[in-house]
Design a protein around this ligand. Structure first.
Ligand SMILES: Nc1ncnc2c1ncn2[C@@H]1O[C@H](COP(=O)(O)OP(=O)(O)O)[C@@H](O)[C@H]1O
Ligand SMILES: [Mg+2]
Length: 233
């Protein structure tokens, strides 16, 4: 379980996260909230990509401040733009990168890579130049390259933002069948209906924490009240 304890962070005097405390134990959790509400910053604290200035983030008791490498082995991370994540020239090489450092023979690695490509609809593309894949295929490759490392938890920061509807559905269907705990930051309010818990962020704080339907209503209400007050987001 990931546990945030009084997490605060500011970027050059701007408080992006304010005393956020959360125990994230449900299987599928979504974070929603306006642009700039702190979702991505919070996401990056969950696997130690960012260590908060105050407070702590514990992953099964391991503090991201003390052992970020161990945390990153347990917690995978996906960005919106798969281009930021795909590193190697070909599809198979990109997936295989996640296995480096593991004591496996070449055939063993090839087998694992083939299995992962097959599972995520990329078999037949193993030798394909990764940068020539379609947007949807790139996002599946990014997912495959994270999951080959067998993390226990997967953090996805707006993974469907750049996908068309068809690929959003394929991607979500895949996410929905994972054994991993999934923590999703999103603007797509219609894709979180079946999540176990939805947290609404507002100005670096937890505004609402509960079930999807109530959370979306609370978020819409919040945006509506801001509009009436004329307060810029
Ligand atoms: N590296 C950074 N340096 C300075 N400001 C940042 C940085 N990253 C994010 N911010 C600011 O922090 C605020 C929250 O951003 P972010 O966590 O990306 O929110 P969200 O993902 O909800 O849109 C924004 O105002 C953003 O401009
Ligand atoms: Mg963001």
């Amino acid at each position: 379980m990931i546990s945030l304890q009084d997490v605060s962070h500011d970027f050059t005097g701007f408080q992006v996260l304010q005393e956020v405390s959360l125990d994230l134990h449900e299987h599928r959790i979504a974070f929603i909230g306006a642009n700039g509400s702190g979702k991505s910053t919070l996401a990056r604290t969950l696997n130690g990509l960012l260590v908060p200035q105050q407070g702590s983030v514990l992953v099964d008791g391991v503090d991201t401040r003390k052992d970020p490498a161990r945390v990153r082995r347990r917690v995978g991370f996906m960005f919106s733009d798969a281009n930021h994540q795909i590193i190697m020239p070909t599809v198979a090489e990109d997936v295989a990168l996640g296995l480096r450092g593991q004591k496996l023979s070449k055939p063993e690695k090839s087998d694992i890579v083939a299995g992962v490509l097959n599972r995520y609809g990329l078999s037949g593309l193993s030798g394909h130049p990764a940068h020539l894949l379609s947007g949807g295929q790139k996002q599946m490759l990014a997912l495959a390259s994270v999951l080959v490392t067998e993390p226990d938890i997967l953090i996805c920061d707006e993974p469907t933002t750049l996908l068309d509807l068809h690929n959003v559905q394929i991607f979500l269907d895949t996410l929905g069948h994972l054994s991993q705990q999934v923590i999703l930051m999103t603007h797509h309010l219609d894709i979180i209906d079946d999540f176990d818990r939805v947290i609404v962020m507002d100005r670096g704080q937890v505004h609402f924490d509960g079930l999807p339907r109530e959370a979306v209503a609370a978020y819409r209400h919040l945006i509506g009240s801001r509009k009436r007050e004329g307060i810029p987001r």
